[in-house]
Structure formats: structure tokens, C-alpha cells
Design a protein around this ligand. Sequence first.
Ligand code: DQA
Length: 147
Amino acid sequence: MYLFNKIIKILIINGPNLNILKEREYFYSQESFKKFKKKINFYSKNIFDIIFFNSNCEGKIINFIQKNKNANWILINPAAYSHYSLSLLDCLKTFKGIIIEIHITNVYKREFFRSKSLISLRSNIIISGMSLDGYFLSIDYIIKKCL
Ligand code: DQA
């Protein structure tokens, strides 16, 4: 069942070390990645065609994006790749849809090297510092834009 007359495909992509969310610094999340994945799927699955992907490998993320280039939206937390992956930026530049870059923490309030995201050169929207709610907020935003 879909709300809209067209099926909207969204890729939710998470980069390195987000799979071990609960084991990282306390400010990331007290919730496990598995639980988060379950919740976001539950929140959006009857509305959109959602493909959830996470990897600790840059090339695997790039292959996944290339393979799913027909998607309408990408929600991506590139994690540390945000700050240095030119190949991920180049790949995202070939994507025709809308990209929302999400950071769980406020990267502008942390170490200086986190305040520069290469990926943001392509991102349409950036959410930083809204905890895991940033993903849910992005889904709400897409619903609003598609109505
Ligand atoms: C992060 C911020 C990055 O600097 C860091 O390397 C991450 C997560 C965030 O969600 O706040 O792994 O993208």
C-alpha cells in the first residue's frame, strides 16, 4: 500500500561504525542500530519503497548507490567518509534524486576536522545534531514534499 500515485524509492544508507552505534561515545545513541533499523522500517515501509543499507566499506556503499540509481531520494549518514571520501562524493554527484545528509551529532560543535563534509558539496539538505530523529524527520519531510 502506497500513499502516492507513484512509488517513491528511498535509499537509507549508513557508513562505517554506525552498525555499532551503542558501543560508541554516549552522545551517538543509547539505542542499538538493530532497533533503530527496525523502527525506521516500521515508520516508513507502508508509505515508501525503502531500501536500507549499511557498510563499513566505501566501495560497497558506492556499488550500492550505482546499482540503485533509479531511487528518488537518498538519506545518507556517510559517517567518517563525510570528511574525506572524494569517491563517495563523485558517486553521489551522478545521482539524479534528492540527497539528505544526516549526522546524528552536531558535527560543527565537535573536533575541527568534523566540521567539513565533502559530501555536503552535493547534498541538497543537511541535518546535523538531531540524534536519530534526523532520519524520522527526513521521512516526514519527504511525505510533505510528495503530497
Ligand atoms: C557522524 C559524525 C562523523 O564525524 C562520525 O565520523 C560518525 C558519525 C554523525 O552521525 O554524527 O561516524 O556522521
